[in-house]
Structures are given as structure tokens and as C-alpha cells.
Design a protein around this ligand. Structure first.
Ligand code: GCO
Ligand code: MG
Length: 450
């Protein structure tokens, strides 16, 4: 008797769960039979049918881009997952781990897919998995734009400026060469120039005068002494200000290679030259030191291309310790986390300066520029001009004119991949670009970060 009563109650609950009771709570949202389990997919929604990577190096820099295909014939999206120093790890992460996770899911729910990819490995926030997620994330925004018939910046709220103001790179073996290089950009209409100079006898970032390694150091060693660098850089900017005047905005990248005390000295010494920004004075391991730097110098600070994890930027922003946040979008997981970071920064008066070097595919650049146009707190955009080979592989690369970069007005990113042409530029066996890190040492052999 008792058993039957319980069994009846169980049957009733089961029926109610399978039937109208649950359907009433989540009307038409739960689709249990779809290829993948998808929390929010109407039965007839489109599905992800395949996810793959294309690896190509038209500028010899190894790029990884991700293609997400859908059940809607001809509808696919592209995203950037370029971690150029370790590209094949990203390929593996995308194809072996994200692909099976994503097939059958509804590409419409970008936020839900981002959150579920993010926790799907339990351990998270590393550059490999973040780049893999970014490739998918940007591809989903591309698909969303194509479905809406709009460029991605429109999906972010539309534009609040006409174009992204760019800074160009000037470098040289001596001050005169840097000045000449800056002038060439200024003549083309650029208002912002980053200046890097070689340091006699040393291998500096952005301009090298190949230093002599001590005989007992590995032969590939590049020698760098931070004190010589810290002495030289203010002299470079004294020269540039004198020759180029006050109008031009000057920037500089220290690339993290100096000690905390040297960063303080350099920041103070640069004050009189009114830099637009001073980039990466310290490595991410030393972020706590920004409190001292901030308190002691008015030189504007840009930081963050090596960041992977929100905890690396939250304090810097909320304590107003920096002026520009310049993360690499794919390193933090794509457009989805970057737009939140931009919004956080806006409330604390911190501007954006997204990292935009050559190791960023045209999709990464397009994502940068979409944010540049849509975010009120845009500061500046680093420039990279793709060569002809890259423009052939990626038809639709963004246009640059007069030092401004413009978004495409076509739906999504408005950029495609010519997969046949991409094959013409395979990764080289042992590309020197990849091997260039981890061999800069002090004279005594100590490794320099980075
Ligand atoms: C920059 C950067 C780059 C990085 C490069 C590493 O400010 O553009 O510092 O040049 O060194 O992206 O792969
Ligand atoms: Mg840099």
C-alpha cells in the first residue's frame, strides 16, 4: 500500500517535470535533444556545426585564427586566438577541447558560451585557454553581426567617434634616426608617435645594437643593462622635443626591463617632456609598486599587455594607479571580457589603449577598433599596417588614413580568410620570432624580464 502511494507520487512528479509544469517555467527555452546540451536554445535555433583553426604566417609572424561554422549554410564567423610564441598549443585547445564542447550549441548566446567555455577546464585564466576562448568568442560576435546585418561596433552601442586615432612606431640606432623616423609619420598626418632608440652596445626593445655577450654566456644571448637604458631615454626625449616641438604626442615602451627604483627615476626624468604615455614600466609581477610610481611622478602610465587575469587589472584601475589599460584582447579571452574591462575603466577615468602589434590577426585588430569606436573612454590605438600578403590572406583588412583606422561597415568584422592563400604561408620549422624571448640577459648572465 505504502509503496504504491510513493510510486504514484514519484510518477506524478516525473510526469509533471516532463510535462506542462516545467515547460511552463521555461517556455520553449529548454531543448534537451539538441546535439549539445544547451540551456537556452529554442528547438529550431541554428547550431554550431564545426570549429577549426587556420594557422598562417603571411608576415612570418605566426597567426592563429578560429572559424566557427553553423547549421545555417554559408553562415560562419572568424576570431583571433593568436598567441604567437606558442601557437600550436592554442590550435590544440581549440580543436581538441573547445570543438567537442561547442558542436551542437546555439551560437547566439555569446555570454553563456563564454562563461561555460571559461569554466569548462576548471583551471582557467592562462594565455593558452584564453586565446582559444577568444578565437571562438570573436567568431561568435562575427556571426552575431552577420545575423543582425550590422558591423560589430553597432552591436556594442554604435560609435561615439569617427575613427580610432593611431600611434605609429618610430625607432632608430641613434637620436637622429629616431627623429627622421618620427618625421616620416608626422608627414603622413600622424599625431602620435612611439619612440624607441638603440642603446650603445645593448639589445634594447624596439631598436637593438646587438650587445656582446660575456664569453661564458650562451651564444644566442642578447645583453641588456637597464642603467644604460634609463640614462639614455630622457636624452632621447629631450632631443625629440627640441627638434619636433611640443605639438606631437610622444609615447615610449619600457617593455618591463628595469627595476622598481629605476622605473621611479625614469618616470620622474620623463616628466618635463610631457609624454602621452609611458608603457609597461614594470612586469606584471611588480604591479604593487605602481602605488609608489603613481605617487611620485606625473608621467602618464600605460600598462597591461601581459595581463591574463582580471585580478591583474582590478586594483590598478580601481585605485586609479594607471592612465591607460592596454591588454591584448585575445590574451584575456576576447571581446566579451574586454568590453567589461573597458566599462570598468571608464568609471575610474582610465582610458583604453588596446595592444595592437603584428602578433594580432586582422580579426583581433577589428575587435580593438570596434571597442575604440564604441567606448567613451578610448585613449589611443597602437598601429600595425598589414603587408600585401596578409591583406591577400585576409580580404577586408581595416583601412588606415591620415593616422586614423576605420571599422568596416559590412556585417560582423567584414573580414574573411582566403584559406587557400593562407596555406601559402605555413609556420616555419623554427621561426626566429618565436625564439627571441628568454635570451636577453644582464652582462653577468641574469635573465631579464622579458
Ligand atoms: C607592443 C609590444 C609588442 C610585444 C609583442 C610580443 O607594445 O607592441 O610590446 O611589440 O613585444 O607583441 O609578441
Ligand atoms: Mg609594449
Amino acid at each position: 500500500m505504502r509503496r504504491t502511494r510513493h510510486a504514484n507520487r514519484r510518477d506524478f512528479i516525473r510526469q509533471a517535470m516532463a510535462g506542462t509544469a516545467v515547460a511552463g517555467l521555461l517556455p520553449a527555452m529548454v531543448s534537451k535533444k539538441a546535439g549539445g546540451e544547451d540551456a537556452f536554445a529554442p528547438k529550431d535555433s541554428i547550431r554550431i556545426t564545426d570549429v577549426k583553426t587556420v594557422c598562417t604566417a603571411p608576415e612570418r609572424i605566426r597567426l592563429v585564427v578560429v572559424k566557427v561554422e553553423t547549421s545555417d549554410p554559408g553562415l560562419y564567423g572568424w576570431g583571433c586566438g593568436t598567441f604567437t610564441q606558442r601557437p600550436l598549443t592554442v590550435k590544440t585547445a581549440v580543436e581538441e577541447y573547445l570543438r567537442p564542447f561547442l558542436i551542437g550549441k546555439n551560437p547566439d548566446n555569446i555570454e553563456d558560451l563564454w562563461q561555460s567555455m571559461y569554466v569548462s577546464s576548471y583551471w582557467r585564466n592562462g594565455p593558452v585557454l584564453n586565446n582559444a576562448i577568444s578565437g571562438v568568442d570573436m567568431a561568435l560576435w562575427d556571426i552575431k553581426g552577420k545575423r543582425a546585418g550590422m558591423p560589430v561596433y553597432q552591436l556594442l552601442g554604435g560609435r561615439c567617434r569617427a575613427a580610432a586615432d593611431l600611434y605609429a612606431h618610430a625607432s632608430g640606432r641613434d637620436f637622429q634616426e629616431v627623429e627622421d623616423s618620427a618625421r616620416r609619420w608626422m608627414e603622413k598626418g600622424y599625431r602620435h608617435v612611439r619612440a624607441q632608440v638603440a642603446i650603445k652596445g645593448y639589445s634594447a626593445y624596439g631598436a637593438s645594437d646587438a650587445g656582446e655577450a660575456a664569453s661564458n654566456l650562451p651564444p644566442e644571448t642578447q645583453v641588456f643593462e637597464p642603467a644604460a637604458y634609463v640614462r639614455t631615454v630622457p636624452k632621447l626625449f629631450a632631443h625629440l622635443r627640441e627638434k619636433l616641438g611640443d605639438e606631437i604626442e610622444l609615447l615610449h615602451d619600457t617593455h618591463e626591463r628595469i627595476s622598481c627604483a629605476q622605473a621611479l627615476q625614469l618616470g620622474k626624468a620623463l616628466e618635463e617632456f610631457n609624454l602621452f604615455f609611458w608603457e609597461d614600466p614594470l612586469p606584471p609581477e611588480e604591479v604593487d609598486y605602481f602605488r609608489q610610481i603613481r605617487n611620485q611622478t606625473s608621467t602618464p602610465i600605460a600598462m597591461g599587455e601581459l595581463f591574463n587575469n582580471p585580478h591583474e587589472w582590478i586594483d590598478l584601475i580601481s585605485e586609479r594607479l594607471i592612465d591607460f589599460i592596454r591588454v591584448h584582447l585575445s590574451q584575456i579571452g576576447g571581446l566579451t571580457p574586454a568590453r567589461k574591462l573597458a566599462a570598468l575603466a571608464e568609471h575610474f577615468g582610465v582610458k583604453t589603449a588596446w595592444h595592437g602589434p603584428g602578433d594580432l590577426s586582422p580579426f583581433g585588430r577589428a575587435a580593438n577598433v570596434a571597442l575604440d569606436l564604441a567606448c567613451y573612454n578610448f585613449g589611443i590605438q597602437e598601429q600595425h599596417v598589414f603587408n600585401e600578403a596578409a591583406q591577400e590572406v585576409f580580404p577586408g583588412c581595416l583601412k588606415i588614413e591620415n593616422g586614423y583606422e576605420y571599422a568596416n561597415e559590412t556585417p560582423g568584422w567584414g573580414i574573411d580568410v582566403d584559406e587557400e592563400k593562407a596555406k601559402k604561408y605555413p609556420f616555419r620549422e623554427s621561426p626566429s620570432f618565436d625564439m627571441s624571448w628568454g635570451r636577453v640577459r644582464r652582462r653577468d648572465g641574469t635573465i631579464v624580464r622579458p
